[in-house]
Write a protein that binds this ligand. Sequence first.
Ligand code: AGP
Length: 613
Amino acid sequence: MCGIVGYIGARDATPIIYNGLKRLEYRGYDSAGIAVLQNGQIEVRREAGKLSGLADLLQKSPISGSLGIGHTRWATHGAPSARNAHPHTGRSGRVVVVQNGIVENFLELREELSSEGVEFKSDTDTETIVHLVEHYLATGIGLEDAARKTFQHIQGANVVVLMSADEPDKIVAARIGNAGGVAIGYGEGEMFAASDVPAILEHTRRVTFLESRQMAVITSGGARIESLDGAPVSAEIHTVAYDPIAAEKGEYRHFMQKEIHEQVRALTDTLAGRVDFERGKIRIPELNLTPELAQRIKKIYITACGTAAYAGMVGKYLIEKIARVPVEVEIGSEFRYRDPIIDGDTVVMAISQSGETADTLAAMEEGRRKGAILWSIVNAIGSQAMRIADGYISMQTGPEIGVASTKAFTAPLIDQYMLAILLADMRGTLDDSTRRALVSDLRLIPDLAGRTLAREADVEKAAHALKDIRGCLYLGRGINMPIAYEGALKLKEISYIHAEGYPAGEMKHGPIALIDEEMPVLCLAPKDPWHEKMISQIQQAKARGGTVIALATDGDEIIRSMADHVLWIPETPWMLSPVVTVLPLQLLAYHIAAIRGLDVDQPRNLAKSVTVE
Ligand code: AGP
């Protein structure tokens, strides 16, 4: 997710765009840039790092003009750097583009354009867009038509805003798929385009929004909106309430709630560009995995902390089940103290949203010291855990602001599922039909997640019933045992209620003594290979007077008859079930904390990235 701002009017665009980007910095902050039309030329200033770096650059080398576009980046393709920062110009320097999203067919486009003599100046997918616009302009058509042909040619989910020095009376904006929105702001003799309304609310509250596969030609006097095939669209102009901070959260009370609901999009994004559903194949080029290496790997250590470690515990099930490679999950803060057995055929794979967690980085260093192959699954592009790895998988979820990790937990579950299939495919241990079936199941995920999150009101009701509990046991088995740990951690870290995740099968070896009327038990009992076992677990808890909250699959009448509360999920392939079973637990923890009036996004004593050991 990136932040985009465009301006056309009578005022200086630079400060308007810069301040707008500041309000969007939560959407991405690894590099930024602004382009304006100054004395008939397009002037661009770009800088790696946070927006403050761009401010310093603009101080040293100012630009001004009444037409401009700007961008703050959350890198997906191409590490954060000035050369990969947006805006991007083409060969002529007369056209400039910014994008939010991923051009899925950028590799083919780069080949096509390179064969026409284009020399790419960056590693980004976005640069293909500006060269494509110039390709169509060269046929003698105008900017609007060249842009429309370009939008029809690129594939993926994209928001694109562009302008040209040769047609300085307009900005062109388009939305293709769900790569975030495009808000068009109506001022007096001036107009705005932005990926989110906070960027422009100080200038206007009259806003219209592009729908998917729509484009807008924006002049200082207004906007003409049409579908990509040229049909005119009459878009309603809304008047937006003015509360910049609230607006950054959209219609949500907290970033955590917003990010819980963003998971449908984040899961779609983490799949983007990696799944060939036709051939039932996975590709993760940035992992640098070859068949030779895949066949050589003898063991994988997954190392991480907190929520990320629980994601790794699910990954262990997936990689061992699908790829038959031994996996051990190691807490980052312990790994380097136990003199682990590592050789050149061992992989040490870190999972880290921030990519900067000190304990996890130290574990990676231990792996490096002992000659391991280093991989990482990270969200922050350009972070240390990405830079020092031999290969990586980016979660591609967009920035996660809430301290309690949600989308950066579910995305790596999918990433490890894809990794397991890729590994097995390269090791030749997966027959074609099984592989195709596993790949095909990925198609179900965004819809299953969306349908589960749509049941938030039911979870909120359960939260009201449980808001005063003083403790809770979370029990799970098999692939959903780590979800018991993760669900308990969510409750602990934002509601400050003690909760303990436990392997359900272990309860009879002692902890069952804890269960009474005062100790509620949350049992994860979806239709998976351990379902029967969880039913007897619920019976054991009920027999001791425990209140049971069960997580169950739609239509499970046995569970309905036994449990005091049921959190329902749709039927889900069991190997992908953790992605879905965790969602009601995220919502349950969120609503209990919100009902208790706690600081959900910045809980006491915690930090988003623990960069100390
Ligand atoms: C999870 O909600 C916590 N914020 C915490 O456990 C976090 O997952 C852990 O500190 C690891 O952070 P990382 O993913 O950035 O490495």
